[in-house]
Design a protein around this ligand. Structure first.
Ligand code: ADP
Length: 280
């Protein structure tokens, strides 16, 4: 079986020409020559300093950004040159959860309407009534009572909004989620709840994640494999549990060294997961 997501030799150049009539032509590589394969059910963490190209790579995969070079394959199919229309089934199968999803939720519409709408538009529900029933079931599954169906985004906390976004992704039967710092803005305890929810959902729905994060303790806890980026290039890939013990590349070592209070962060997450499983 092919990997669910594959990037081959992907680059993204931005024109940063300067001078009179931009005569000094210069291209800046936000992502350069990246090869990455993500297997079904795998959680890959993407780390690197700010500006190293993590978000650009994530967006290239979902075709929110067009690659300058290289290919993106989803489920074995080259999607690099598909038209918008041809991409629609893939946009459905690949969903994005951003750090702050206020911009992806419409402030004027209820949470329920924003889950049901895409289900109907994308043809994953046979009629409105079944879409509504499914939306309520999914809201409850992600930990939101059914009255959240009629609430507006501003009535939700940050963590609840992330849960609603996750329910919406599940509703359109997403297979791959790009998680772009999805919990960075949340309190530690809420963060752990959302991460544990995502881990459970991966099992239940057979999901695959690309997780962009800056908290290395979270990345180690949440991911199967970690990929390290530096100045647009992928410089290291290793199992998450070896991140703290075996990382070799100077860029990774630098990230590890610059993390303060690693021990504390790790311990908190562990405690949360123990509480959840009743082991604590
Ligand atoms: P990260 O997610 O690791 O912080 P990004 O992928 O957001 O990094 O950005 C990588 C680099 O590409 C940064 O230097 C950023 O300034 C640059 N970049 C991103 N988007 C654009 C754009 N639309 N135009 C010009 N430069 C960009």
């Amino acid at each position: 079986m092919p990997p669910l997501v594959e990037v081959r030799g992907a680059s993204k150049f931005y024109d940063v020409s300067t001078g009179w009539l931009r005569r000094k032509r210069r291209a800046f590589a936000a992502v350069e020559g990246v090869d990455l394969a993500i297997g079904r059910g795998e959680i890959v963490g993407l780390i690197g300093e700010s500006g190293s190209g993590k978000s650009t790579l994530g967006r290239l995969i979902c075709r929110l950004v067009e690659p300058s070079e290289g290919k993106v394959l989803f489920d074995g199919q080259d999607i690099t040159r598909l038209s918008h229309r041809e991409m629609i089934p893939y946009y459905r199968r690949m969903q994005v959860i951003f750090q702050d999803n206020t911009s992806s939720l419409n402030p004027r519409r209820t949470i329920g309407a924003q889950i049901v709408g895409p289900m109907l538009r994308l043809g994953v529900a046979k009629d409105r009534r079944s879409a509504e029933a499914e939306a309520i079931r999914l809201l409850e599954r992600v930990g939101l009572r059914k009255d959240f169906f009629l609430r507006h985004p501003h009535e939700l906390s940050g963590g609840q909004r992330q849960r609603a976004g996750i329910a919406r992704a599940l509703a359109v039967r997403a297979e791959f989620l790009l998680l772009d710092e999805p919990t960075s803005a949340l309190d530690v305890s809420i963060q752990a709840q959302i991460l544990n929810l995502l881990l459970d959902l991966r099992e239940e729905f057979g999901l695959t994640y690309l997780f962009i994060g800056h908290n290395l303790a979270v990345v180690e806890f949440f991911c199967d494999r970690v990929v390290v980026m530096e100045q647009g290039k992928m410089v290291e890939s290793l199992p998450a549990e070896e991140l703290f013990s075996s990382a070799r590349h100077p860029a990774t070592r630098h990230l590890l060294d610059s993390v303060l209070g690693i021990g504390d962060g790790r311990r908190k997450i562990e405690l949360e997961s123990q509480e959840r499983t009743g082991l604590g």
